[in-house]
Design a protein around this ligand. Structure first.
Ligand code: PMP
Length: 395
């Protein structure tokens, strides 16, 4: 209780409804409160803990790096093996020409880098993004965000940003030879898990090729195995010009990247205009954790099991108050009629030891994005508690 008071007194609040769960430790899919109360984590710290909390191999990689060095120099000056090995391993997961990695600290920052690269490479100024997109909270990332309510108070933002509707073919004509880049989430996360089909992404790719526009895919939430392939775009038969990743990438440590081709990235090295720079981007401890995470996801059979596990949620979560489930792999949204119905269900579920929440731009859908390591038994446990919460809710 004391910590909760300190939290409310001293920490700036960013939401009307903080979940206010007091956490003392975490292990696998579980979080534990100071009173020993156990919570099954169905949201993974918002799509971060794909390999579970404190995976032993991630901890070992962190420890190994702690024994060597922490920060030595700003990104890209000294040769630091955790960064070089991670960059190589990332490139090995990707098709040509994605062969050059710029490491950052957070998703928003990586989006900023990707947008700057697109402007610099194309020498164009217009950016196109989707209605209801979320790309981050910094001003460039907010500018390409697709929710006016979140942006209004911060205008003027970046000029030259236009929006298209995710999945709408007719809007692709708005991409022209003035457009530097289209930035798009492979799966729209904060819009409540919206998945466009591969034909749409192929048409988008064609339009970008016709107009010389760069295609930036934001896989900050969808990447690193979450959707049932290592990268969500693998299913769509396209290759982006720039790929952005973060969240699950660090196995619980902060790290992000934008990845493109050497040919494009080299515009950043053309002096005298400073390309892009970061003090902590690709921190060696985070990079070591990320390499261990990448190997776990690639080699541990986690990705193969994602669709089977998602099917279990579909089979078990049946109730008249549930209006449908949208998902790509273990990025899932369980739709309810309204926030007024959903909120008491979430509160009850948390009281019963299952953590879930809603989406930034879709507050009538419940977020389900558990660690990919979740077992069949844990899925059954989570679903039975969720159904109990739904049954006991006032709705
Ligand atoms: N893009 C997407 C698709 C995201 O889901 C998020 C985070 N929710 C971001 C960008 C921003 O990442 P960060 O919070 O690490 O800045």
């Amino acid at each position: 209780m004391q910590h909760r008071q300190l939290f409310l007194s001293y920490m700036a609040q960013t939401t009307d409804f903080p979940l206010l769960i007091d956490i003392e430790r975490a292990e696998g899919v579980y979080l534990y409160g100071p009173d020993g109360k156990r919570y099954l984590d169905l949201i993974s710290g918002i799509g971060v803990s794909n390999v579970g909390h404190r995976h032993p191999k991630v901890l070992a990689a962190i420890q190994g790096q702690l024994d060597k060095y922490l920060h030595t120099m700003v990104y890209g000056e000294y040769v630091q093996s955790p960064q070089t090995l991670l960059a190589q391993a990332l490139v090995e997961t990707l098709p040509a020409p994605l062969d050059n990695v710029y490491l950052m600290n957070s998703g928003s920052e990586a989006v900023e880098g990707a947008l700057k690269l697109a402007k610099r490479y194309t020498n164009r100024r217009e950016l196109i993004s989707c209605v209801d997109a979320y790309h981050g909270s910094s001003q460039g990332a907010l500018s390409v965000g697709g929710n006016e309510r979140f942006k209004r108070a911060y205008r003027p933002l970046l000029p030259g940003v236009r929006h298209i509707v995710y999945g709408a073919y007719s809007h692709l004509e708005r991409i022209t030879t003035d457009t530097a880049a289209v930035i798009i989430e492979t799966v729209q996360g904060e819009a409540g898990v919206r998945v466009a089909c591969s034909q749409y992404f192929q048409a988008l790719r064609r339009r970008c090729d016709e107009t010389g526009t760069l295609l930036i895919l934001d896989e900050i939430q969808a990447g690193f195995g979450r959707t049932g392939s290592f990268w969500a775009f693998e299913d769509f038969g396209i290759v982006p010009d720039i790929l952005v990743c973060a969240k699950g990438m660090g196995g619980g440590m902060p790290i992000a990247a934008f990845i493109s081709s050497k040919e494009k990235m080299k515009v950043f090295a053309n002096n005298p205009i400073l390309g892009h720079i970061t003090t902590f981007g690709g921190h060696p401890v985070s990079a070591a954790a990320s390499l261990a995470t990448l190997k776990l996801i690639r080699e541990g059979g986690l990705v193969d099991a994602v669709h089977r596990k998602a099917r279990r949620f579909h089979e078990l979560l049946k109730h008249p108050l549930i209006k449908g489930i949208r998902n790509k792999g273990l990025l899932m949204a369980v739709q309810f009629e309204s926030f007024a119905i959903l909120k008491p269900i979430i509160d009850l579920a948390i009281a019963k030891g299952v953590i879930t929440d809603w989406f930034l731009f879709c507050d009538d859908a419940m977020r389900i994005a558990p660690p990919l390591t979740i077992s069949e038994e844990e899925i059954a446990e989570a679903c039975s508690i969720l159904l109990e919460a739904i049954n006991e809710s006032p709705a």
